[in-house]
Design a protein around this ligand. Structure first.
Ligand code: IYR
Length: 228
């Protein structure tokens, strides 16, 4: 189907033409989507079973449909399968995480993490067939001049949310790993000065028998304030 186009103040526009649903059907669809999203879980035990590159590329393209400040799309996804690189990243991440868990993190923070079973050991960084490292592009360089991007954290955060949903749709798992500090990733991956590491996402199938912490999501009345 060809969509109608139109000039608005000198800029090309294309007709927004999408399905709409009756209130009942729309409500049912929103319910179905919520229940399906609620089955997504962070999984740390990632299988080394191969995952097609095309699948991860599709997930990245879905993430890259996210809205962004002035449509600058201020993100770069580094897609890594190279075993040597994964080994380097694991080693550097574990060094930082070891310092965090044995010194930098408060006792309260570690207590909060205890039920989730995290520690400085990060085997998934080598076991997962793919690592996706999301970089935010703080500025763009044009003819040697720096132009700041807009709402970079918001934009990249939304793209990462889309990424998680797209990955879930494919039946794959990840965890939103945030080794801190993350500047070792800039060095290992030789990223340019306008990019800063944002999130590290190991991608794969879950291992054969996986248990995840039995957590509850906050109910609606704890997350909504109504002004009707
Ligand atoms: N970045 C560390 C610690 C950590 C912090 C939070 I908050 C978590 O929800 C989970 C882990 C790590 O990745 O282990």
């Amino acid at each position: 189907m060809t969509l109608k186009t139109k000039d608005v103040k000198g800029y090309a526009h294309v007709e927004y033409n999408r399905d709409t649903y009756s209130p009942e059907e729309a409500t049912q669809r929103s319910m179905d989507f919520y229940h399906w999203m609620d089955t997504r879980r962070t999984v740390r035990e990632i299988s080394n079973r191969p995952v097609p590159k095309e699948l991860v590329e599709n997930v990245i393209m879905a993430a890259s449909t996210a809205p962004s400040g002035a449509h600058k799309q201020p993100w770069t996804f580094c897609l890594i399968s190279n075993a040597e690189l994964k080994g380097k990243i694991r080693k550097a991440a574990e060094e930082e995480e070891y310092e965090s868990y044995t010194g930098r993190m408060s006792e309260r923070w570690k207590k909060d993490l205890e039920p989730l079973g995290t520690d400085w050991n990060k085997p998934f960084l080598e076991e997962a067939p793919w690592l996706v490292i999301v970089f935010k592009r703080v500025f763009e360089l044009e003819d040697g001049v720096k132009h700041n991007n807009y709402y970079v954290n918001e934009s990249v955060g939304i793209a990462c949310g889309f990424f998680l949903a797209a990955l879930h749709k494919a039946g794959l798992v990840t965890l939103t790993h945030t080794p801190s500090p993350m500047n070792f990733l800039t060095k290992i991956l030789e990223r340019p000065e306008n990019e800063r590491p944002y999130l590290l996402l190991p991608i794969g199938y879950p291992q054969d028998e996986v248990y995840v912490p039995k957590i509850e999501r906050k109910p609606l009345d704890e997350v909504v304030v109504y002004y009707e």
